[in-house]
Each structure stands twice: as structure tokens, then as C-alpha cells.
Ligand binder design. Structure first.
Ligand code: FES
Length: 103
């Protein structure tokens, strides 16, 4: 069953940026992009690198370790060395708060 969890206030995430959010032993990345808010797994699928120091370019996240890129809305791996997609999670904004559907 889908569980919506409050993650943070929407204004805690700068435009074209992301934050790391840890919940239930899992690390998520929450993005504020030109197309709205999105959430993916917070750890790169190449090696165990947190994406929170990565660069948001439009709707793409670039991993800070080796520069692999993912499409943020779909989690799709876009460029070497990443070849496994990131999991994505539904996001809802309510009264300026960001909620993520986990599980
Ligand atoms: Fe992310 Fe290598 S750990 S591209």
C-alpha cells in the first residue's frame, strides 16, 4: 500500500537543486527542477555514491563521482558509466510541503 510521507518543506530545495532525504534506512534524492519536484533513489547505480552533491542540469542529474547522468523524471540512465536506471517515487506538494510515496 502506498504511504505518503512528508519529506521536507518545498522551499528547502533551491531551484535546479536536490537534497538527500533518508527514511526507513533508505536514501532518496528530492529534486526541484524546471518541470517540478521529483524523487529518485539517492544513491548512484554505478558505485555507492550519494547523488546529493551532484549537479542538476534541467531535468538531468549528474553524479558527482564519475559524471554519469540520469533523467530525473524517469530515472533513466543516460550516459556512461551508468547503465542501470534509478528507481523513482511519486511526489506531491501540499501546502508548501513535499510528500513522497514510499513502499
Ligand atoms: Fe555515479 Fe560512478 S558512482 S557515475
Amino acid at each position: 500500500m502506498t504511504q505518503w510521507i512528508r519529506a521536507c518543506a518545498a522551499d528547502e530545495i533551491d531551484e535546479e537543486d536536490l537534497i538527500r532525504w533518508d527514511h526507513g534506512g533508505h536514501s532518496y534524492a528530492i529534486y526541484n527542477t524546471e518541470k517540478g519536484f521529483f524523487a529518485t533513489d539517492g544513491i548512484c547505480t554505478h558505485e555507492h555514491q550519494s547523488l546529493d552533491e551532484g549537479l542538476v542540469i534541467g531535468c538531468v542529474i549528474e553524479c558527482p563521482l564519475h559524471g554519469g547522468r540520469f533523467d530525473i523524471p524517469s530515472g533513466k540512465a543516460l550516459s556512461a558509466p551508468v547503465c542501470t536506471d534509478l528507481a523513482t517515487y511519486p511526489v506531491r506538494i501540499e501546502n508548501g510541503e513535499v510528500f513522497i510515496a514510499v513502499g
